[in-house]
Design a protein around this ligand. Sequence first.
Ligand code: SAM
Ligand code: SF4
Length: 338
Amino acid sequence: MTRSLPLLVDAFQRRVSYLRVSLTDRCNYRCHYCMPESGVELVPRSDVLTFEELERIVRAMMTFGVRRVRLTGGEPTVRKDLIELVRRLGALGLDDLAMTTNGELLRELARPLKDAGLSRLNVSVDTLDPIKFRQITRRGNLDAVLDGIEAAREAGFAGTKLNAVVMGGVNDGDLADLCAYAWARDLTPRFIEFMPMSDGALFTPGEFFGAAEIRARLVARFGALVADDGSGLPGVGPARYQRVRDGAFAGRRVGIISAVTEPFCETCNRVRLSATGQLHTCLALDDSSDLRSPLRTGCSDDQLLERVHAAVTAKQEGHSFTTCGSGGPKKHMVAIGG
Ligand code: SAM
Ligand code: SF4
């Protein structure tokens, strides 16, 4: 792969510079917005990409100028030999190798991950109420997660973001506590709109809490917010940032990811790879392009690059998530990794 290739630019002149990689469809939690409580159909292990296959795809993306990769899942920390994989990907010379995790296993893994070359972490925490946390995640232990966040700080991770899916009547009253917790530890809180994945099967329309409502909640507690361009924050993500204008928390930053009510498709810079090697160019559409089959039937590097290029060229201009519980994509968040 020595020839010089054009950057990955789709038909709407958006450059793809960021790859999210799902390492597994398995998870130690069962968050109710992401997975059913039981009856989860797991893909056979032989269908999951090997480290060699993953590395080959990441290298192909790098040939096209992709410099940032985020590992996700399912829960990436339950992937066997994760540290070895991070070491391998960390050696490829990416600008940024990050991970999104539920944090349950971070006490044990934070330092080895840091030593292996992981640059940054996002940790998902929807509430600081242990009972509610257990209800939302069905299996999670809040103490372990908060301890894992401390372990990440001790290991030297900086710029960590704290992600929470906001659900009306569930955790919409917890936003200020989450902000105060995050800001006290130099973490950046980000609030995510509930997305109707899985053909709406896990979506509760009555719980939907949009970006405007989230902002109103924050203003009611912290006073006026001013728009912020997120400069200085590591990584260019989909969140729109605001800062608290006055008072004890003046200058503190909070992000909102509003894929449903205020989509950000015109600035979308990413594609996603599922654990089984499907390349998805949009979270909200049922598009995918199979990269595993060509890899397993001996395709050349050029053929792999052509497959990636064709998928990106076909990326749609936008999506229309609906909040009515249907009309969302059939694919599952746990399979694609957020
Ligand atoms: N297990 C890891 C975690 O929870 O951070 C990584 C995978 S998880 C699918 C990635 C992100 O997607 C998490 O922040 C999670 O809260 C979010 N998520 C899952 N289902 C969602 C949904 N239906 N709507 C919005 N965000 C969702
Ligand atoms: Fe697991 Fe993350 Fe989905 Fe929760 S959001 S069930 S932790 S993959």
